[in-house]
Design a protein around this ligand. Structure first.
Ligand SMILES: Cc1cc2nc3c(=O)[nH]c(=O)nc-3n(C[C@H](O)[C@H](O)[C@H](O)COP(=O)(O)OP(=O)(O)OC[C@H]3O[C@@H](n4cnc5c(N)ncnc54)[C@H](O)[C@@H]3O)c2cc1C
Ligand SMILES: *[C@@H]1O[C@H](CO)[C@@H](O)[C@H](O)[C@H]1NC(C)=O
Ligand SMILES: *[C@@H]1O[C@H](CO)[C@@H](O)[C@H](O)[C@H]1NC(C)=O
Ligand SMILES: *[C@@H]1O[C@H](CO)[C@@H](O)[C@H](O)[C@H]1NC(C)=O
Ligand SMILES: *[C@@H]1O[C@H](CO)[C@@H](O)[C@H](O)[C@H]1NC(C)=O
Ligand SMILES: *[C@@H]1O[C@H](CO)[C@@H](O)[C@H](O)[C@H]1NC(C)=O
Length: 493
């Protein structure tokens, strides 16, 4: 311990001397103007925005060996599947989702997700389908409650009332789900989108949801060998140089660089990485997830102000786990109106949401089941074979004992990963626009971006993209016009 401290001290002295040297010789061109921490969608979007504005002396430090962050394809049994973001969400509305435009440009293979026929595809805990009319009655009540939620939320805003949870609104409608089927439908309506239950989620900030009210209600599933992440690569390729094998050769992108310390003052920033490298810059843009910011992976010196820390710690990093399974042959219904099905269980959220991917991966016999929150934490900590055994039991309950064993399983572990600590942010009750703006606000020369800083679209790919642009523009105003003040909206507006 004592040794380590001395080590840090020694490094510190070295760079102070080094720093003095630099200012004496005015070797400013060796110091980038901006360091960007993280090369996910928002970091790359911010870097591109800076570059377009003529701020080209940037340095991107990324902890992993790749760019793309939470957009991450993998090879599952010979198929390219998405461990992270999978859908372009918000299509077909009055405004065009910029991610949809990019997906079209790259001609990514996308598939419209049709959930209309779920009432004919809702399975009982011990097997067999619910009668369509019985299930439909329950879906209708859930839809009615959603409409009421919308009305209550608008009325809260109109009267400047305090926010409430989605569960509180359900109580107001006398519609608190309590049977396996009602809980499964409720899970589909809320947890499947926000990865946290109605008890936690803010009504006012999720209903109506800007993603759907601005960009449209449709969602498209990306199943392309190049991966959803090819959208990030397409942005990066517009300002970072690559070799003829499409590998990044630009010295301004450094992979496998884990930022552990950010020292900031009125005159600049010093960024240290785990491998002992030290970088100086005028400004830093931090794009690590809110889950990462809630840990001590990055040590800020001096400590971030308490208003900032409190705001960051109040927000939620949710967990959404996409488990892919491969089978020797198909034993589930296929054809129109069968892609999605629900499994109802007394334990809310127990392997509830299923998708058969015959359309996306023809002949591959792949199923996708989604779990969230506490179930995700539990499943990340057990072995894949234990998870497979649980999943097989659920499938045997639904389809009978004759079905074949899965030949392969993929269980992404985003929560256990110190560079993510979850999958996407969710807006909890207790956080108003005031605290949210504080999460986005820069602290001196330290700027923040990432999906969790998006003005209207936290949790989404388009949120990350647009937040990168917004945060970069704030920084550009400061660097170029000396307009460095950030207005946090006053409380209660
Ligand atoms: C399982 C899952 C499903 C999702 N589904 C969808 C969906 O269907 N549709 C949708 O629109 N969105 C979805 N999302 C959300 C979407 O993926 C994210 O909102 C978006 O990709 C976040 O981008 P970002 O740049 O803000 O963060 P990230 O992608 O997390 O980028 C931050 C980068 O910072 C790096 N980093 C972290 N710490 C450090 C450090 N100390 N030093 C250096 N680098 C560091 C990380 O490695 C990472 O590359 C999903 C996400 C997940 C994980
Ligand atoms: C996946 O890996 C297998 C075996 O390593 C390889 O044959 C196949 O081409 C890969 N598929 C994709 C889509 O990358
Ligand atoms: C919601 O408000 C609209 C318009 O005021 C009204 O027509 C509708 O009946 C309300 N819905 C519910 C479920 O309260
Ligand atoms: C890529 O570049 C290398 C050397 O820079 C060259 O040897 C190789 O032939 C090139 N490949 C293609 C496909 O152009
Ligand atoms: C499925 O529906 C689409 C459009 O709704 C239709 O074009 C197609 O023919 C249908 N396929 C089958 C197998 O019924
Ligand atoms: C709805 O699902 C049922 C059961 O899987 C299926 O038989 C039916 O064809 C589907 N209906 C439509 C309209 O897609």
């Amino acid at each position: 311990m004592a040794n380590m401290k001395r080590g840090i001290l020694a490094v510190f002295i070295v760079h102070i001397v080094f720093g003095l040297d630099l200012s004496k010789t005015m070797a400013l061109e060796q110091t980038p103007t901006v360091i960007i921490v993280g090369a996910g969608m928002s970091g790359i979007s911010a870097a591109k925005t800076l570059s377009d504005a003529g701020i080209k002396d940037i340095l991107i430090l990324e902890a992993t060996d790749r760019i793309g962050g939470r957009m991450h394809k993998t090879n599952f049994s010979g198929l390219s599947v998405e461990m992270g973001a999978n859908w372009v969400e918000g299509v077909g509305g009055s405004e065009v989702n910029p991610i949809w435009t990019m997906a079209k440009k790259l001609q990514l293979k996308t598939f419209y997700s049709n959930y209309d026929n779920l009432s004919s595809n809702t399975y009982k805990q011990s097997g067999g389908l619910y009668e369509k009319s019985v299930a439909q009655a329950s879906y209708d009540i859930a839809d009615q409650q959603t409409e009421l939620n919308n009305n209550i939320s608008l009325s809260l805003s109109a009267h400047r009332d305090e926010d409430i949870s989605v569960l509180t609104a359900q109580r107001l409608g006398n519609n608190v789900p309590s049977t396996p089927m009602d809980m499964a439908i409720d899970y589909y309506g809320h947890d499947y989108e926000f990865a946290e239950p109605p008890r936690i989620t803010s009504l006012q900030n999720t209903e109506p949801l800007p993603t759907f009210s601005n960009f449209g209600e449709d969602v498209y599933f990306v199943a392309d060998p190049r991966g959803y992440e090819s959208i990030v690569h397409d942005i990066a390729n517009q300002f970072l140089s690559t070799n003829n094998a499409s590998e990044y050769t630009d010295p301004r992108l450094k992979l496998n660089k884990v930022v552990r310390e950010i020292r900031y003052s009125g005159s600049g920033v010093i960024v240290k990485t785990e491998d002992g490298s030290i970088y100086r810059a005028g400004y830093v843009m931090v794009s690590a997830s809110i889950g990462v910011l809630q840990t001590n992976l990055i040590n800020f010196q001096p400590d971030l102000p308490s208003w900032k820390i409190l705001a960051m710690y109040q927000f939620d990093m949710a967990i959404y786990t996409k488990i892919f399974l491969k089978f020797p042959y198909k034993f589930w219904p296929s054809g129109n109106g069968t892609e999605f099905f629900l499994y109802c269980h007394e334990l809310r959220g127990y392997y509830t949401i299923w998708q058969q991917l015959e359309k996306e991966y023809p002949g591959a016999h792949v199923l996708l089941v989604t779990v969230t929150d506490d179930e995700s934490r539990r499943i990340e900590q057990q072995s894949d074979s234990e998870t497979k055994a649980e999943v097989m039991e659920v499938l045997r309950n639904m389809f009978g004992n004759h079905i074949p064993e899965a030949t392969d399983i993929l269980v992404p572990r985003w929560w256990s990963n110190r560079f993510f600590k979850g999958t996407f942010s969710n807006w909890p009750i207790g956080v108003s626009r005031y605290e949210y703006d504080q999460i986005r606000a820069p602290v001196g020369r330290v700027y923040f971006t990432g999906e969790h800083t998006s003005e209207n679209y936290n949790g989404y790919v388009h949120g990350a993209y647009l937040a990168g642009i917004d945060s970069a523009n704030m920084m550009i105003s400061c660097i170029k016009k000396k307009m460095c003040k950030y207005q946090v909206m006053p409380k209660g507006t």
